[in-house]
Design a protein around this ligand. Sequence first.
Ligand SMILES: [Zn+2]
Length: 156
Amino acid sequence: MRIGHGYDVHRFAEGRKLILGGVEVPFPAGLDGHSDADVLLHAVMDALLGAAALRDIGYHFPDTDMRYKGISSMELLGCVAQKIADAGYRVGNVDVTVIAQAPKLKKYIPQMMENIAAKLDVDPGRVNVKATTEEGLGFTGNMEGISCHAVCLLEE
Ligand SMILES: [Zn+2]
């Protein structure tokens, strides 16, 4: 078994959709970024790539490459899933903590978990997503952005 960790941050930006775990969450602001800025999936992909010692998403999908401008991170997750499979691994489990002062994410979390499990081709019980706040502290508490941690296990 191999363990991986991923961490990502995106700042809020007006006039963009808020996409988390492949779900469009109604909110007055979205996240800034070259792709759809799905901070949750970015952390998941970095955890998966990290566990397989396959660098990170910036290495595979550089933000200088116009092919990835505005791309759905669900599509990138599919590419990462393929790379993991090609390297001879399958996903044991994934656990995610998204840190956002707002919006409340509870009702969107089941869909996020379903999206991730489907893209990774694993049973839904192998993927968990949690949301928390930082009690008004720091950049997430100040509503400057959203951060996300993810860990995973891969099995050879
Ligand atoms: Zn990112």
